[in-house]
Design a protein around this ligand. Sequence first.
Ligand code: HEC
Ligand code: HEC
Length: 250
Amino acid sequence: MMQCFSRSRGLLPLLLLAMSAGCGSYDSGGPAQFARTGELVALSGGDAGAQGACVTCHGVDGAGDDMAVPRLAGLDGGYLAAQLHAYADGRRQHPQMQAIAKQMTGRQRLLVAHYYAAMPYTRKAPPPAMAAPALYAQGDAGRGLPSCASCHGRQGEGVGSGNPPLAGQPAAYLADQLHRWRLSMRRSDAGNVMQQISLRLTAEEARLLAAYASSLPGDLPSREPRAASPAEHRAGPRNDASTPPPHEGE
Ligand code: HEC
Ligand code: HEC
């Protein structure tokens, strides 16, 4: 592992930070040893090597970034493992994640999945308040569209182990996933529910739903209260970043 560390100078401070942050902080989420071995995979990339070190892209806090890299912290362990298996066998296509998942052993995928599942997640910034699109809360029976809330929760918190939270995931990432289902680049969920839903959405609806779902609070504690009114929202520091450019996602 030391070899991996010395090969990537930029990564070293990150890794050291991750190690100190990891000391004892996630052990409460499961058997301590289990969590620690998963942590080793997250820091080293396991058999995928330093290039696959999860922390480089998903962050030391597992929160992802604001664009293309999803949050892993606090997601269901079974869901995370299923995604890694799907990347490995090609049912979910993405060049970087496929290369990484293919090189990992099945056990490493499980360990790292449960490590991230036990990791606490806190939002970095208060979510911007947005008007709820009718499709999110009610769906559209005429078009065969169930409400997103029925499976992902009114607050985007996710329902059960198989329906992941959408709250706090980058809006661009969520929109991209809806696009990938339409292209059959993601086809690992039971019954292809999300592909059927995605095919019935216009590009504009998908973009709006992704932005809304991303902005939801989830059932997780955020450090600051959600903006209560549109006026407060306008004054919010994230307002500009949260407004998608007009042509995004087309
Ligand atoms: C080079 C950057 C990079 C590295 C390193 C990386 N990831 Fe990813 N990961 C991504 C991107 C980008 C996506 C979104 C891919 C897509 O659109 O399907 C992703 C998606 C995922 C997902 C799907 C999440 C969801 O909500 O469905 C999981 C799980 C995941 N990564 C786990 C890991 C683990 C575990 C590691 C370390 C072993 C890792 N990643 C390393 C960039 C990276
Ligand atoms: C019948 C249940 C169901 C409904 C209704 C539903 N979803 Fe999903 N959704 C799922 C499941 C299950 C997954 C995880 C699929 C997998 O395992 O790959 C998912 C995943 C997603 C993801 C990817 C999350 C990630 O982390 O990669 C997005 C985005 C999404 N759904 C958006 C929506 C939107 C928008 C709607 C409403 C138009 C909706 N979903 C309605 C079940 C549902």
